[in-house]
Design a binder for this molecule. Structure first.
Ligand code: NDP
Length: 486
């Protein structure tokens, strides 16, 4: 029997739960069995307006506080999140279907890291003193942007809410956040925790709904910045809408990242990296290394070890901590991924393992590996966003770098080799924003994360994120007289 969760209300606005049943009904489905676990309502224009007004009202007072005080609130929120990690992880598991084994270590904990890290930075955000000729000088002030809109994807709902809220709030902004309609629950928990930690009412608001609610935020004149995590097609729309109002943006979009394994690589580590980079979170991770380029000399050994290790996949109730592999997020996403598997077969790729839907309730799909994949096949070109690995063979470094870069995307890239000179030489030539040497998909908050080319604009995490949630005011100070021609 699936647990049900009924949050206090659909939205969190002005520091409290807010309901408006006039909004369209949004059933929340547990992906492991397809049952409804909660029913929420999409935000009406009145709810969106109230959220933006309360954000605007809260922002000025928040920005006037010292960085130390702002940071204290964020760090307190981080502590509360860690204390409640198990309860928050269970909600995330029910909402996303990801195994509790994963959510216990990768979701609320990662959100708490972001709150702690940016909470720690808040007190040291400062401008510069710039000495000039003739005794004059200038200074810069690092100012917040105002009200920011955050729009999230469904794969890491808590993490995405915190990766956006933490730097935004640290810099003195307020935020209105719209989670994906597939996973609306955990952002409400994040909002309640921030309020409990002392954030002023209205500083971080959550409004539910589909794309049109996101669009309303991205086009509202009260919003100074839009930060989206989503697909490239949505990114294009949201970026264009924000451009119309000349708003700042951060775009964390999709990818089709290369993971290159040279013939001198430690094979078990490379197989481990490929498993993490293709099947963790059932393959629903933007930075996944879904084009696995294997040096021809080690291809068969790699595939043999990969298949052996995939025997370790355990499906079942995701709340059971021995389960290590979950369902897809939705029937629709399952269907999209099945369509790609059919395309792979049709275009001549060799199915090594998997490919079938599991015959049970919910949206389960086997981990799937295709070998003999050619660069021009659909499964090697398009983002699948599911548990499908494409294995491509290569013979030399020059060739693999060119093929790895032959994509419109540029989110991530990984290289497995024992030759460190080669590792850094190859990474230096790969067109990707977030790279890994002998590892894959690590995302510590200290390290900037983001893409190049079609995979995005801007960076989340690290001190780099501060640049994207603040702006500089430059002030020239003349110490002498003003000389004018007339
Ligand atoms: P979508 O692009 O479908 O949606 C992302 C968010 O944008 C959702 O909240 C969605 O609302 C909203 N949205 C949709 N249309 C509009 C619009 N016109 N204006 C404003 N907002 C809109 O992505 P998914 O949720 O399907 O997530 C999967 C995608 O996200 C993948 O491509 C993946 O690669 C990418 N992703 C990128 C990450 C990164 O950091 N680079 C991390 C995680 C995922 P709704 O869906 O509720 O209708």
């Amino acid at each position: 029997m699936t647990k049900t969760i009924q949050p206090a209300a659909s939205h969190h606005v002005g520091g409290a739960p807010l309901e408006d049943t006039a909004g369209a009904e949004m059933p929340v489905i547990h992906p492991a069995d397809g049952r409804v676990i909660a029913t929420l309502h999409a935000a009406t224009p009145a709810v969106i307006d109230r959220a933006l007004e309360s954000a605007r009202a809260a922002q000025a007072d928040w920005a006037a506080r010292s960085g130390t005080e702002r940071g204290r609130v964020l760090r307190r929120a981080a502590d509360i999140m860690r204390d409640r990690n198990r309860a928050l992880s269970e909600i995330e598991t029910l909402d996303t279907g990801k195994p509790l084994q994963e959510t216990l270590v990768a979701d609320a904990t990662s959100g708490a890291d972001a709150l702690e890290y940016f909470g720690g930075l808040a007190a040291s955000l400062a401008g510069q003193h710039i000495p000039l000729g003739g005794g004059d000088w200038a200074y810069t002030v690092r100012e917040p942007l105002g009200v920011c809109a955050g729009i999230g994807a469904w794969n890491y709902p808590t993490q995405i809410a915190c990766w956006k809220a933490a730097p935004a709030l640290a810099c003195g902004n307020a935020m209105v956040f719209k989670p994906s309609e597939e996973t609306p629950l955990s952002a409400l928990e994040v909002a309640a925790i921030l309020t409990e930690a002392g954030a002023p009412p209205g500083l971080f608001n959550v409004v539910q709904g589909a794309g049109e609610v996101g669009h309303a935020l991205a086009t509202d004149p009260r919003v100074a910045k839009v930060s989206l995590t989503g697909s490239v097609p949505t990114g294009r729309k949201v970026y264009a809408a924000a451009a119309e109002g000349l708003k700042h943006v951060t775009m964390e979009l999709g990818g089709k990242s290369p993971l290159i394994v040279f013939d001198d690589a430690e094979i078990e580590d490379a197989v481990g990296g490929a498993i993490l980079g293709n099947f963790y979170s059932t393959g629903q991770i933007c930075s996944n290394g879904t084009r696995v380029f294997l040096h021809r000399a080690i291809r068969d050994r790699f595939l043999e070890r990969l298949c052996a290790r995939l025997e370790g996949v355990r499906t079942g109730d995701p709340l059971d901590e021995s389960v290590n592999y979950g369902p897809m997020i939705s029937a629709r996403q399952l269907e999209i991924v099945q369509g790609y598997i059919a395309k792979g077969l049709e275009e001549g790729a060799r199915l090594v393992t998997g490919g079938r839907r599991l015959q049970r309730e919910g949206f389960w799909l086997e981990p799937t590996v295709f070998a003999d994949v050619a660069d021009d096949m659909t499964i090697a070109r398009e983002e699948i966003f599911g548990p499908v690995m494409s294995v491509l063979d290569f013979d030399d470094e020059e060739e693999v770098v060119a093929r790895a870069n032959a994509t419109a995307y540029g989110l991530s890239a990984g290289v497995f080799t024992r030759d460190m000179t080669r590792a850094h030489r190859v990474i230096g030539r790969l067109e990707a924003g977030t790279c890994y040497v002998n590892s894959y998909n690590d995302a510590p908050v200290e390290m900037p994360f983001g893409g190049v080319k079609a995979s995005g604009v801007g960076r989340e995490n690290g001190t780099a994120a501060i640049e994207h949630y603040s702006q500089l005011k430059s002030v020239y100070v003349r110490m002498g007289r003003v000389e004018a021609p007339y």
